[in-house]
Ligand binder design. Sequence first.
Ligand code: HSE
Length: 328
Amino acid sequence: MRIALLGLGSVGRGIARTILAKNLDITVTGLADSRSGIIDAGGIDLLAALARKEAGGPCGSPGVSPADVVAKADYDVLVEVTPTNVKTAEPALGHMRTALRRGKHVVTSNKGPIALAYPELRALAEANGVFLKYEATVCGAIPLIHGITEGLAGNTISRLSGVFNGTCNYILTRMAAEGLTYEQALAEARELGYAEADPTYDVEGIDAGVKLVILANTVLDMHATLDDVERTGITLLTPDALELAEDQDCTIRLIGEIIPGAGVLRVSPRIIPKAHPLVVEGTLNAVTVEADLAGDLTFIGKGAGSIETASAVIGDLLYIRERHVQGS
Ligand code: HSE
């Protein structure tokens, strides 16, 4: 299977390292970061590209743009893992359109295009007989989209609630356990590669809200935008508020919730008893799905992180290879 990989940040590097470490028989024939690119039908030396990146340089040649890679490289799947832009979804959206029109499958961790343009991208994928897969956009390593669309096919979901942002959960955990200030905990989350390129997306609840929109529109048959999400972030939470919750054997978590029947989408900090299944630590995410046939199910797993998010992307790639890509 040949892929073009757009983005060599935390997620892209996790994918490259996993391809190298697990001998997955995936050849990267196009690679680009925001400053440079490489096209090589014979297969790009990922180890060398990672080394250049880690030395602070560009991954490839400044004369090759991401658009060149998408339009000209010879690949089966475009893997788009550049930072999310929730306002226009660009430049990722344009790159995905180009790839789909060329008859290439698309796998992405980029929330912008899926939240803003899913119906259009889905129609384009169907018209061209290819897959559009986006498991990594919601809850990192947790196979929530596959879990709902395949494992819970036939169920009606009445409510979905949980912790959708690893960065906020990490910050709240560190503030409660170590007494760190909000700023110190956020600096750690950024350092460890959990936060979005623009961390206001995390702490203002935008990232969690976008994930709710993706779930609403792609697996719950709703038609929502980010403006439909009632949203409060964690920027105003103080260590005192967390201590007060602790005194009642509770803690605070940023909870996202969808009630399809009532058209409700909301994200807000909530005081929750410590023994509640949604009280998870660090970058873990936890989502309870209330389904009519299956009953309540709670999915727990790493919601952010380089290798953890790569796990979801690799899962989508191998799903496509199993079903579609010939001769690989
Ligand atoms: N910044 C996101 C988070 C990454 O912290 O959850 C995964 O979407």
